[in-house]
Design a protein around this ligand. Structure first.
Ligand SMILES: CC(C)(COP(=O)(O)OP(=O)(O)OC[C@H]1O[C@@H](n2cnc3c(N)ncnc32)[C@H](O)[C@@H]1OP(=O)(O)O)[C@@H](O)C(=O)NCCC(=O)NCCS
Length: 149
């Protein structure tokens, strides 16, 4: 598995993965948004034998870095790819001088919640009916002063 930062030339492949991962009701990012983020945010890709297997997108033009999206292609799940993406991104954020890495996750997304918890994120609060379908979210935080990553 190879991890690298996304370039604007990756936008078409990223868009294909995004549409595979998030159906229209889950608001997949447009090509234009992906192009913007490839230039202005932290976007890391995971490639396996030349195939785009997953990506992580973090908003960095703010005080605290915020996870915006993370996804791994169905056929590549369960191999530690999201863990590798999260840990590499977290290292980059620390090197960039961020004090805190934050995210929101659906309370019913057990897999993602477990990934974040195992990698040092703590629940800061529960956000009632945060999503359009009424599902609550956990706001989770990783503080670089006190955590292992
Ligand atoms: C969530 C997601 C990114 C996990 O990717 P992945 O590459 O399969 O995850 P990994 O193999 O790196 O596993 C990392 C951790 O996730 C959790 N996990 C992974 N698969 C799991 C499963 N089937 N059941 C429960 N927990 C699971 C575990 O905590 C695992 O850590 P461990 O291997 O030390 O036990 C992937 O399932 C996905 O793309 N889901 C759809 C999009 C999404 O929900 N994104 C997150 C919110 S934006």
């Amino acid at each position: 598995m190879k991890l690298r930062e996304a370039k604007t030339s990756d936008v078409n492949a990223l868009y294909g993965l995004e549409r595979e991962l998030f159906c229209s009701k889950n608001y997949p990012l447009s090509k234009g948004s992906l192009y913007y983020h490839a230039k202005n945010s932290l976007v890391l890709l995971s490639e396996v034998e030349g195939t785009l297997a997953g990506y992580i997108l973090i908003l960095t033009k703010r005080k605290d870095a915020k996870l915006y999206s993370l996804g791994v292609k169905d056929s590549f799940r369960g191999r530690g790819i999201s863990k590798a993406l999260l840990q590499q991104a977290s290292k980059n954020l620390k090197d960039l001088g961020f004090q805190k890495f934050i995210l929101e996750v659906r309370v019913d997304n057990i897999v993602a919640f477990s990934l974040y918890e195992k990698n040092g994120f703590k629940v800061a609060k529960k956000l009632k009916a945060f999503y359009k379908d009424g599902c609550d979210a956990y706001l989770m935080e990783l503080n670089y002063g006190s955590e292992k990553l």
